[in-house]
Design a binder for this molecule. Structure first.
Ligand SMILES: Nc1ccn([C@@H]2O[C@H](COP(=O)(O)OP(=O)(O)OC[C@H](O)CO)[C@@H](O)[C@H]2O)c(=O)n1
Length: 423
């Protein structure tokens, strides 16, 4: 009797192998599309790598501690505490992996995890309004700028936030008036824009940018923009006990805005003169890669503010809070052009990376916007400028805050972004 496989030829076998390979390739491509290329996967992977590294370090440390200590310079540590720490990190890795469970991930078309549908709270965002009562123009590099339309974009933003009814506060990420605003109109222009922000039925937290400082010195600007501490432009606040916002002043060390003989002006001028040999200190000519940030229109965070940041993060960690750091000048090279980076972004990020509590950094300044997840899993989102919206278009948004993510819902030119982080 003929076996059912008697007609099964060698070429049929090859066909089956071929089909299997094709299916494997298609599955891999689908996984890449739905999983590997998503921000969530990248952030989760980097968190797991980070936790694994920490775990390895702890294992090495405990071996060192267990061995007889020959030198007093070795770190003294309690083995019981170390075991507890190691267990905590193993647990955090297991939890991270558990998060990546297929059923929950597939609940969202873009492969993101959903934990609860109701945001804990929401806040409005807008940046680089750069209003001036002057005809449309272009940036130094030729990008169109709509100086009169930008205040209309702000008006729409405020209307939208008010209509939403659940926006607790709003963030202005800086540069409310453009440097081309005629100087005899600066004061009125700043007042006019602040008045538009004041129409929002909630608190507006302002940041200062280079263009604000081209118009008015700090002494005049700060009182108009009502900062929580009258004498400085960096501060923190907690809209709910579980979250803290830290607003940095990226023009703390700056050649713009302070009196000419102020120590911060002198420090900034010395710094930029040393780092940028061009006659025009706003020109990045000849500067290579990350050196391109050493431009006069950028600035840095001074020592006192860095210490304050460190203490505030320590405090947030103790209070088990998640933190959002905001600064007009971006803090991560992956999210911005090198020309728009904070002078000492590396020092600031070193402080931030000492803690696990910072989940997201928000910025402005680089008008085209950008997004990245850094090596420690912190999300960076640089927002698109209102100034570059042709009439009839917008760039503003609101961010819904959840336990495990921030969800930016942008209008028109401001791209919506999901920022999912590890708990
Ligand atoms: N002398 C200069 C001045 C500027 N650049 C490059 O042009 C870009 C932005 O300059 P500009 O539009 O004047 O600056 P804004 O403060 O209005 O906008 C802030 C930017 O969005 C931050 O990037 C920049 O790439 C400069 O390097 C120049 O080459 N030479």
């Amino acid at each position: 009797m003929a076996s059912p496989f008697s007609s099964f030829t060698y070429s049929d076998g090859l066909t089956v192998v071929g089909i299997s390979i094709c299916i494997a390739v298609v599955c891999e491509a689908i996984s890449w599309l739905l999983i590997y290329r998503t921000t969530f996967y990248k952030s989760l992977k980097s968190s797991i790598d980070r936790a694994s590294k920490k775990l390895e370090t702890m294992k090495t440390d405990s071996t060192v501690t267990a061995a007889p200590q020959k030198s007093s310079s070795l770190r003294v540590s309690d083995p019981t505490n170390q075991r507890a720490e190691t267990t905590r990190f193993s647990k955090s890795i297991r939890e991270s992996l558990a998060q990546f469970d297929y059923k929950r991930t597939m609940g969202y078309p873009n492969g993101l995890v959903s934990q609860g549908n109701q945001p804990l709270f929401s806040f409005g965002v807008i940046t680089d309004v750069q209003y001036a009562d002057i005809p449309d123009g272009r940036s130094f590099l030729g990008v169109p700028r709509y100086y009169r339309n930008s205040i209309l974009v702000l008006q729409k933003a405020v209307q939208n936030w008010n209509n939403h009814q659940n926006i607790s506060f709003s963030l202005n990420l800086g540069d409310i008036v453009d440097g081309y605003c005629p100087k005899d109109q600066s004061l009125d222009a700043v007042k006019k824009v602040v008045k538009e922000f004041d129409k929002f039925n909630g608190r507006v937290y302002h940041m200062i940018g280079n263009h604000c400082l081209y118009n008015l010195p700090r002494s005049k600007l700060l009182p108009l923009m009502t900062f929580p501490n009258a004498d400085r432009a960096y501060f923190d606040f907690s809209p709910i006990p579980e979250y803290r916002f830290i607003v940095l002043d990226g023009y703390d060390i700056s050649a713009i805005g302070w009196p000419h003989d102020h120590p911060h002006t002198i420090e900034a001028l010395n710094f930029v003169n040393k780092k940028n040999p061009n006659l025009d200190k706003n020109s990045p000519d000849g500067l290579v890669d990350l050196e391109k940030r050493f431009l006069k229109f950028n600035g840095g965070v001074g020592k006192e503010q860095l210490n304050w940041l460190d203490k505030t993060l320590q405090d947030a960690t103790k209070s088990n809070q998640k933190v959002v750091v905001c600064c007009h000048i971006p803090l991560d090279p992956g999210a911005t052009s090198k020309q728009s980076l904070l002078w000492n972004y590396d020092e600031v990020m070193d402080v931030i990376h000492r803690y696990d509590c910072v989940k997201v950094c928000l910025g402005g300044h680089d008008h085209k916007g950008g997004q990245s997840v850094d090596s420690c899993g912190v999300h960076h989102r640089v927002l698109e400028a209102a100034l570059e919206c042709p009439p009839g278009t917008d760039a503003f948004g609101h961010i819904d805050v959840y336990e495990d993510r921030l969800s930016l819902i942008g209008t028109d030119r401001m791209a919506s972004t999901e920022m999912v982080f590890n708990l």
